[in-house]
Write a protein that binds this ligand. Structure first.
Ligand code: GRG
Length: 297
């Protein structure tokens, strides 16, 4: 596989709005609020992972594009809702005022709803193109299932509920990992599995990448916890210390900063090890997890 992160990201950035359906002019504020958060920047980690996994498994990334964009719609909805006063009540995201600060709470809720439902509209529309091609249809149904499972009440939504309920309660490390694996890890895992299914994965490959994804998801969240303590607000595009202010359970609040760095190293090593049998063929995934360990935003 020869493409790098920036090449996949460029494709996503160029096509992210292409799959948003025409919204009646009478509801144009909905389109504007959805577009505001979609185009506010962002690393595009999940759609890039989906495309890279599809490439890795021998698929055609042009066919993966609607699924990759759908995953970014779901991620963006989750950020809009997470920032709402009823959840984390944040003013800044990706260096810009949060969606509800610009459009008001009601429209921000609806923009999130719009993005979430559009994700599945896009996926279903794509599925309908393959009625007569059962093999391609099967891959797509598996990808669609992975995405809906990761986003839903056995994935991201479940993790978010436990995260919110944990404010002002002290959690065990086991509970904290459950939250991380679901709130942050589930959609990352779904993106990777969906991408693999859109190619031609072996069951061995699916297993190896599950271990990779799980470790990457946990590592990503622990890096986020560390950044919330020691990050640079300018680089992060948001204030630091917000977890502490809300009495949130984080890896650093429970175990301290040094233990968090150790755990991050350990998880990164586990992820690298999970894909080591592919040697240079999995270089993209190895480099990515190492790069994310040292991320500053
Ligand atoms: C509202 C159901 C629901 C879920 C929200 C994603 C999420 C769940 C909450 C965000 C809280 C948070 C800061 C989690 C830490 C890890 C994370 C998901 C960070 C944001 O994702 P990035 O780093 O952001 O991929 P960009 O802006 O690059 O897309």
């Amino acid at each position: 596989m020869e493409r790098g992160f920036d090449e996949y990201k460029k494709i996503i950035d160029e096509h992210l709005l292409d799959f948003i359906p025409n919204i009646d002019n009478k509801s144009i504020s909905l389109y504007e609020a959805m577009k505001y958060s979609l185009t506010a920047g962002g690393k595009r980690l999940r759609p890039v992972l989906l495309m890279a996994a599809c490439d890795f498994a021998g698929g055609d990334i042009r066919e993966a594009l609607p699924y990759a964009c759908a995953v970014e719609y779901i991620h963006t909805y989750s950020l809009i809702h997470d920032d709402l006063p009823a959840m984390d009540n944040d003013d800044l995201r990706r260096g810009l005022p949060t969606n509800h600060k610009v459009y008001g709470e009601a429209l921000a809720i609806l923009a999130g709803d719009g993005l979430l439902t559009t994700a599945f509209e896009v996926i279903n529309k794509d599925l309908m193109l393959y009625f007569d091609l059962p093999e391609k249809m099967t891959k797509r149904i598996k990808a669609a299932y992975e995405i809906s499972k990761g986003a839903g009440c056995r994935g991201m939504v479940a993790g978010q509920v436990s995260d919110i309920e944990g404010e002002n309660n002290e959690y065990s490390n086991e509970m904290l990992e459950y939250i991380h694996l679901n709130k942050t890890g589930a959609l990352i895992r779904s993106a990777i599995r969906a991408g693999l299914y859109l190619g031609n994965p072996t069951s061995y490959m699916l297993q190896n990448f599950d271990i990779y994804a799980e470790n990457l998801g946990l590592a990503y969240q622990i890096a986020d916890d560390i950044l919330d303590e020691v990050g640079n607000p300018k680089e992060l595009g948001k204030a630091i210390g917000s977890d502490k202010k809300k009495n949130k359970n984080t890896y650093t609040s429970i175990n301290g900063l040094a233990a968090a760095y150790n755990r991050l190293d350990q998880l990164t090593d586990n992820a690298v090890e999970a894909i080591s049998s592919y040697y240079d063929n999995a270089e993209f995934f190895r480099e990515l997890v190492l790069k994310l360990k040292n991320r500053r935003k």
